[in-house]
Design a protein. Structure first.
Length: 258
């Protein structure tokens, strides 16, 4: 491994939800820092485009792609078998995949809310457990979970989404304590509104957009690259004494009082 604590040369990262939005920004950030990447998303064509983009930009590094639905346990196991086939374990796991359906609590069907839990929470827990022996092969490795400010306060995103993100943050704290002895750091980031395909709908309403910005001290919507930078920092050797933390990437939203 490169001795530069601000680089990820020689490290292998498994990244879910890598084909668009925050996941795509994370892929580009980790690649720029020298990491080799195992890229995962449900839709194969955009995922292969990301792989090819990174391979063209960083020809000395290794980028591989596998389409999979992390909400499906057979797919999760196949992903970790794929990672194990690389031969040297994993250095980094980024649980980025997430999904949501926003509606009043009494209007969710059981299938809808259970699906949100499966995608946002159970997939991260199971992938982390499956990845543990691969991460533990190295004296220093890490997991970064992409949570949300909705797991800390109410943001009108629907009860199940906030519940899953709150549980993801607590999972981060628990695993950080449990796996520290194995050399595995576990942290999370909690974004507020970030300019992605998923947020384009709500933010297209001018009144809603202005309300979001008014509740954000920095007075603007965040960019995917700003979340990716926080994720990448938590993966770096420079962050070697940071574990169990959840860093808000929110323009000050959570600190805004009256």
């Amino acid at each position: 491994m490169n001795g530069n604590r601000w680089r990820l040369d020689g490290q292998l990262a498994l990244l879910t939800g890598a084909s668009a939005g925050i996941g795509l920004a994370i892929a580009r950030e980790l690649a720029a820092l020298g990491a080799d990447l195992l890229l995962v998303a449900r839709e194969e064509d955009p995922l292969l485009e990301v792989r090819d983009e990174l391979a063209d930009r960083y020809p000395a590094q290794d980028f591989q792609a596998m389409s999979a639905d992390v909400a499906d346990d057979e797919d999760r196991q196949a992903l970790l078998d794929w990672a194990e086939d690389q031969g040297d374990g994993l250095h980094i796991l980024v649980n980025n995949v997430g999904g949501n359906i926003t509606k009043p609590a009494v209007e969710y069907t059981e299938g809808e809310w259970r699906g949100i839990f499966e995608t946002n929470l159970f997939s991260a827990f199971e992938l982390s457990r499956y990845a543990h022996p691969l991460l533990a092969r190295h004296p220093a490795s890490c997991i970064v979970n992409v949570g949300s400010v909705s797991g800390i306060t109410h943001v009108r995103s629907g009860a199940p989404y906030g519940m899953t993100k709150a549980a993801l943050h607590q999972m981060t704290r628990n695993l950080a304590c449990e796996w520290a002895a194995d050399g595995i750091r576990v942290n999370a980031v909690a974004p507020w509104y970030i300019r992605t395909r998923r947020t384009a709908g709500p933010l297209s309403d001018p009144a809603y957009h202005d309300e979001v910005v008014a509740r954000t001290p920095m007075g603007r919507i965040g960019e995917p690259e700003e979340v990716a930078a926080a994720v990448a920092f938590l993966c770096l050797p420079a962050a070697s004494y940071i574990t169990g933390e959840c860093i808000a990437v929110d323009g000050g939203f959570l600190r805004y009082g009256f």
